[in-house]
Design a protein around this ligand. Sequence first.
Ligand SMILES: Nc1ncnc2c1ncn2[C@@H]1O[C@H](COP(=O)(O)OP(=O)(O)OP(=O)(O)O)[C@@H](O)[C@H]1O
Length: 264
Amino acid sequence: MSESERSAKLEVSGVSMSYVRDRRRRLVLDRLSLNVMAGEFVTLIGPSGSGKSTLFRLIGGVERPDEGSIRISGREIAGERGHISYMPQQASLFPWMSVAGNISSALTTAGVGAKEAAALASQWLERIGLGDVAKEYPHVLSGGMQQRVSFLRALLMPRDVMCLDEPFAALDALTRAEMQAWLLGLWEAERRSVLFVTHSIEEALTLSDRIYVLSRAPARVLREIRIPFPRPRRADVWKEPEFVRLKEEVLELLQKGAEADHAL
Ligand SMILES: Nc1ncnc2c1ncn2[C@@H]1O[C@H](COP(=O)(O)OP(=O)(O)OP(=O)(O)O)[C@@H](O)[C@H]1O
């Protein structure tokens, strides 16, 4: 791997953000720093309301931080849109467009030529086993299938970093487990730089190279954990004693964070 490939794709440095509510300024992110290296799968896990979605809005350029810097491939992008691809909790496909159209129109908006976008959409839908539904409208698809399309759309966008915001939270447990295995296989083949948010410790440990455990708001990094399991990662990695130990470590951190918060 060359030096540039080893560099950070996303660098969040000393980012603080506050909102005014009930005429009081409330700090949501407190000098938060984290990074995602090229081809790395990094997960944020933290209590509800700790500011994870706020961080995604800042990385996506929808809002600007009060202080700190956000760099993508070394360039400051705070307040600028169009540098990341984003996959939300709900698939958010346009109901009036075909499945293939949903993907190709996103790609053309991002600057890909119309012909290439259409070809990419149909080739990839075929590759992930959804070739048959390429011309259907999204409502024909199950929730899990819609999320596969949504993931594919984010994957194909010509962006350096993919941000996935609790993409499986709305799915039932069985579909969620299937989606995790599916995503793991596809991501390991493609190795994009991913920042992922989840509330599930198991999901974080199964998928990630590294995890940042966040405190309650104002969010700061409680611990950064490197996940030691080799790639390609086995879907039944949860059977490993080290997995159980790490799960306890993260759970304890989250619980301690919550207790400390109560004590304030
Ligand atoms: N535009 C806003 N105006 C005022 N307060 C806001 C705004 N956006 C977020 N907040 C507050 O910031 C805090 C963090 O919210 P955020 O949605 O980022 O948390 P989260 O970690 O993504 O939560 P969850 O895990 O439940 O999705 C919350 O207290 C929220 O009420």
